[in-house]
Design a protein around this ligand. Structure first.
Ligand SMILES: NC(=O)c1ccc[n+]([C@@H]2O[C@H](COP(=O)([O-])OP(=O)(O)OC[C@H]3O[C@@H](n4cnc5c(N)ncnc54)[C@H](OP(=O)(O)O)[C@@H]3O)[C@@H](O)[C@H]2O)c1
Length: 389
């Protein structure tokens, strides 16, 4: 493998099937203090506690000039929330959707009609529990956790316990923060929607990306024969993830009459439905996870809608899903990671002040696997680490 860091923990064991277990008001920026001034104690006279955070005031399709780092109030937690000191976050396609407010339905589900509801589009986190609400029993101060919340490009986040789990012990905070959304989506695609069985042939389109890099590994855990589709320069990464075969989409067509697949996980590239169906076995299952073509209104989901409408009338099963974020899946992912069955493939780690650069790296198609964001005080303004683009 070239540059991307796949964390492969030691002690890999049984390759069997894995077993498992508020919206807040807009965070109003209080000032734009230079970032190096942000880590001090609360103001003694007011008791008001502040933190460093990325702040986005308007929607925009390009990250350049959209973010500033500012001092804002720390989130306060309710009786059923956990306050997490965020050590790391990460960037994925969902970050862009929240940043851009596109497709428009994103704005209708609580992220803000005309401007972002939340301070920033961060959704993943790994960190340490700082405090818990009176009704929280599963977590306590000092616990190392990972999961999802809103506005995670910040030093603190208020998190619902149902979106949190103990951090995999063998991962750093930066590594762990790349797992929740992408790993959870991949797990649900393989296990719940693809219903992948041992020995089945599985095609993962978008195998080199955030979701795909987890999906390849999880499909292997389930005993599948995996073919990964990616661009030329990332074939080595997909092989290192464990794919049995790799197809370069710039040179090869997965539906060119070669072997048919029992399950196709369509994560990137927006291939047409008929094209995808040609590569499926007669009773094969197509799971459309994503794809970035399409307009501002539907964002390419026309394909998903057509798949759902057609599926009842044919022998192949065509479907899509919106991933849910939950503790049980985070626990399953943690078990797999700690057993050495699964590992995040991390391209690079950016400082908090470089969120725009991280998003640009992803939009330019340069990311190999995942992009982490370090929120540690020592990494707030230092350059990105990892492979060169
Ligand atoms: N359903 C859900 O709940 C859910 C949850 C999370 C994400 N998603 C969606 O899933 C999609 C992938 O997200 P991500 O974070 O994994 O994105 P990502 O990291 O940017 O990965 C995109 C992948 O698509 C591949 N790709 C690009 N053009 C292609 C083409 N013409 N043919 C085949 N593959 C191509 C890329 O390969 P190269 O880099 O090698 O070019 C890369 O592997 C997005 O649309 C996202 O919105 C959906």
């Amino acid at each position: 493998m070239a540059d991307t860091d796949i964390v492969r923990p030691m002690g890999a064991t049984d390759p069997g099937r894995p077993s498992g277990r508020a919206r807040r008001k807009r965070e109003v920026p209080m000032s734009t203090t230079p970032f190096h001034d942000l880590t001090g104690p609360p103001a003694a006279d007011t008791g008001r506690r502040t933190m460093g955070a990325v702040v986005q005031d308007r929607y925009g399709p390009a990250p350049e000039g959209l973010f500033r780092v500012a001092t804002i109030d720390r989130p306060t937690i309710t009786h059923d929330q956990v306050l997490v000191r965020v050590h790391a976050a990460s960037v994925d396609r969902g970050t862009w959707h929240l940043m851009a407010g596109l497709p428009y339905p994103v704005r209708l589900v609580g992220f803000g009609l005309r401007r972002p509801t939340y301070a920033n589009p961060g959704r993943n986190l790994a960190g340490t529990v700082e405090a818990v609400g009176a009704d929280v029993t599963d977590f306590g101060a000092g616990d190392e956790v990972y999961g999802t919340a809103t506005s995670t490009f910040a030093e603190y986040a208020a998190v619902r316990p149902a979106k949190l789990a103990p951090k995999p012990a063998n991962l750093s905070f930066e590594q762990a923060a790349t797992v929740p959304v992408s790993g959870g989506t991949a797990l649900q695609a393989v296990r719940d929607h693809g219903r992948v069985q041992a020995g089945e042939k599985v095609l993962v389109i978008g195998a080199s990306g955030g979701v795909g890099s987890f999906a390849v590994q999880i499909a292997k855990v389930f005993g599948a024969e995996v073919t990964g589709v990616c661009s030329t320069s990332k074939a080595d990464l997909v092989r290192a993830l464990g794919a049995d075969h790799v197809l370069d989409y710039t040179r090869q067509d997965f539906a060119d009459g070669g072997p048919r697949f029992d399950v196709i996980l369509d994560i990137g590239g927006n291939a047409g439905l008929s094209h995808l169906r040609r590569a499926l076995t007669a009773r094969g299952r197509l799971v459309i996870v994503g794809g970035e073509a399409g307009g501002r209104l539907l964002g390419g989901s026309g394909r998903q809608i057509r798949a759902e409408l057609l599926s009842p009338f044919i022998r192949q099963q065509l479907g899509t899903f919106v991933a849910s974020e939950k503790t049980a899946d985070l626990m399953t992912l943690r078990d797999l990671i700690e057993a050495g069955e699964l590992a995040p493939a991390i391209d690079r780690t950016h400082a908090l002040s470089e969120v725009a650069a991280a998003i640009r790296h992803m939009l330019d198609g340069k990311a190999r696997g995942k992009l982490a964001v370090s929120v540690s005080p020592g990494r707030m303004q230092t350059p990105a680490t990892g492979s060169a683009p």
